[in-house]
Design a binder for this molecule. Structure first.
Ligand SMILES: Nc1nc2c(c(=O)[nH]1)N=C([C@H](O)[C@@H](O)CO)CN2
Length: 118
């Protein structure tokens, strides 16, 4: 059995792009994040302290992504995965990162990173 906490369509405005002109603007990045987490202690105690707090993680990701420039979406996805693993001890996660305006003819483009740390 695997329990998961998810965050869908978390939207950041970031300095992101491979080209110099992209760093004169902010662009939208949208995250779908899924994180493995055993719910049993939280369910036994009904205590938020044993949860993977989706509100706290959402803010952590936004603060990280919006506070510094990045060139590639791959880098953002890798660094967010590392951040979540290191700060919360998440054992497995999946990050889907969209840069929706990057290709005019596509509704969205981006990358998917999956990690299994155990
Ligand atoms: N795989 C990737 N392809 C592209 C990226 C990227 O980060 N990863 N970035 C760009 C440009 O920044 C683009 O979004 C702006 O035109 C192109 N391809």
């Amino acid at each position: 059995m695997t329990d998961k906490v998810f965050i869908h369509e978390l939207t950041a405005f970031a300095s992101i792009g491979a080209y110099e002109w992209e760093h004169t603007i902010k662009q939208k990045l949208i995250f779908n994040i899924e994180m493995d987490w055993d719910f049993s202690q939280a369910v036994e105690t009904e205590n938020l302290q044993y949860c993977l707090n989706y509100a706290e993680i959402s803010q952590k990701v936004l603060d990280f992504v919006e506070s510094q420039p990045f060139k590639l979406v791959e880098t953002v996805a890798y660094k967010v995965a590392d951040l979540l693993q290191q700060q919360y001890g998440i054992k497995a996660l999946r990050i889907e990162l969209h840069k929706p305006k990057a290709v005019a003819q596509a509704s969205s483009v981006g990358v998917i990173v999956e990690r299994h740390f155990h």
